[in-house]
Design a protein around this ligand. Structure first.
Ligand SMILES: NC(=O)C1=CN([C@@H]2O[C@H](COP(=O)(O)OP(=O)(O)OC[C@H]3O[C@@H](n4cnc5c(N)ncnc54)[C@H](OP(=O)(O)O)[C@@H]3O)[C@@H](O)[C@H]2O)C=CC1
Ligand SMILES: CC(=O)C(=O)O
Ligand SMILES: [Mg+2]
Length: 423
């Protein structure tokens, strides 16, 4: 980031008060009577009701619209393992996005855990009082064990955003990008740089959407993950190929698609030049992508390019997923976020990109024109229609797949975040 922008980012976080989130009151507190209702003696009544029947927590507390954003700080964006405290700005940031895009209250919790089991036990012990748990920036392979254990132990949705949020948005953007390139997902050669939380989940979902594993090459810090390599974990082994390719140079030759979920600056202009016609490059590492869009475009004017950032066209970022996926899941009181709900979100996102773009979005991006095509393969996060389309699709899929504990909401479709509590 340029120095002026660095300072602007620091000032944004520091001023006028530190941080990005605050707590608001939903009930009057001005009088002695208000306090007698809010606290002692009044608060004892909902306590008794919840002790009698746990479901009453949804009626008398904020549980039903409350998501915990929980991290151990082991994979903060693409910055690496910088610890729980340093992850706090990102976790507060996720809370901002939950609130402004989906009207969901969220609190960030950063856990200093000595082991995955300690993290699991900590989260499992607090899970019951939340509507859902969004796990964030936990590195692979530990994240897989952690998420699975917590899904098994918790009765509320537990969702590792870097895995599934990223995969959902990547799949939606990829289906559209390939359509524009006039290619079929079943046929394309895919190179995935990175073999961690986001990469493994993205490749799994692309395979569910039709990609052929035999056309897919995954790389980590040691190069291509191939069948003769020793010491690869079970998650990487899922994508090990029988191949002579060993490096990104080998793999990128003739590739249709590059997906970067790894580290900054790992893809060169020379490598982009070796890709097939109309190459699709999703350089999704944050904050600095695998290749700068201008460099990729100069190397290949026919590129369809996306990054994880807000300041370039085609932001392939889980912000397009997690707020609306949790909205839909919370509103039908889903016990989990299953594959049907994830696929419903993919298609809702993909389809919305093909509709005309509202004036508010053009204004927010200071553009006079945006329409489905190379520079617009996926909706932008400020598009209010995401709330309606993605949340509705997810809620419906939860009901249809039998994980909803409430019917499809009578107050859907949602038009604004002011509507989330219904009439
Ligand atoms: N745009 C978006 O919405 C999202 C983007 N991301 C980005 O994806 C990246 C990975 O995040 P996440 O999966 O959570 O992290 P993980 O720690 O789980 O995985 C990181 C992966 O990147 C690989 N990697 C790192 N540096 C290099 C390198 N120099 N060469 C090759 N491979 C490398 C690691 O290899 P190894 O296994 O050998 O250590 C590992 O497989 C981050 O940059 C993050 O910002 C993540 C989520 C969402
Ligand atoms: C966007 C995001 O979650 C990440 O880069 O980790
Ligand atoms: Mg993340």
């Amino acid at each position: 980031m340029m120095d002026a922008n660095k300072q602007a980012a620091l000032d944004y976080h520091a001023k006028p008060i530190p941080g990005k989130l605050s707590v608001e009151l939903t009930k009057p507190t001005a009088t002695a009577r208000d306090l007698a209702l809010a606290y002692s003696p009044g608060v004892a009544e909902p306590v008794r009701e919840i002790a009698r029947e746990a479901e009453n927590a949804y009626r008398y507390t904020g549980k039903g619209n409350l998501v915990a954003v929980i991290s151990d700080g082991t994979a903060i964006l693409g910055l690496g393992n910088l610890g729980p405290l340093a992850s706090k700005p990102v976790m507060e940031g996720k809370g901002v996005l939950f609130k402004c895009f989906a009207g969901i209250n969220s609190v960030d919790i950063e856990v200093d855990a000595e082991s995955p089991q300690a993290f699991i036990d900590t989260v499992a012990r607090i899970a019951d009082t939340w509507g859902g748990i969004n796990l964030e920036d936990i590195k692979a392979p530990e994240c897989f064990e952690i998420e699975k254990a917590l899904i098994d132990r918790c009765s509320i949705p537990v969702f590792h955003d870097d895995q599934h949020g990223t995969a959902i948005v990547t799949a939606a953007g990829m289906l559209n990008a390939l359509d524009i390139a006039n290619k079929r997902i079943e046929d394309v050669k895919i190179v995935c740089m990175g073999a961690g939380a986001a990469a493994i989940a993205c490749m799994r979902l692309l395979v569910s959407c039709g990609a052929n594993k035999k056309n897919l090459v995954m790389l980590d810090r040691r190069g291509v993950i191939h069948a003769d390599r020793d010491g690869i974990n079970e998650y990487k082994a899922e994508f090990a190929r029988h191949t002579n390719m060993r490096t990104l140079d080998d793999a990128i030759d003739g590739a249709d698609v590059f997906i970067g979920l790894s580290g900054p600056g790992l893809l060169s202009a020379e490598q982009v030049k070796k890709m097939a016609a109309d190459p699709v490059i999703f350089a999704c590492t944050n904050p600095d992508p695998e290749i700068h869009p201008a460099v990729a475009r100069e190397a290949r004017p026919d590129v369809i390019m996306a990054t994880g950032r807000s300041d370039f066209p085609n932001q392939v970022n889980n912000v397009l997923g997690f707020p609306f996926i949790f909205r839909g899941a919370l509103d039908v009181r889903a016990t989990r976020i299953n594959e049907a709900m994830k696929l419903a979100a993919v298609h809702a996102l993909k389809d919305l990109a093909r509709e005309p773009v509202p004036q508010e979005v053009l204004d927010a991006y200071e553009r006079t024109e945006m329409s489905f095509g190379r520079e617009y393969i996926i909706p932008t996060p400020v598009d209010i229609r995401l709330l309606e389309r993605v949340s509705s699709a997810v809620a419906q899929a939860a009901v249809d797949s039998g994980v909803a504990r409430k019917p499809y909401p009578a107050h859907y479709p949602l038009k604004t975040v002011n509507d989330v509590y219904g009439a």
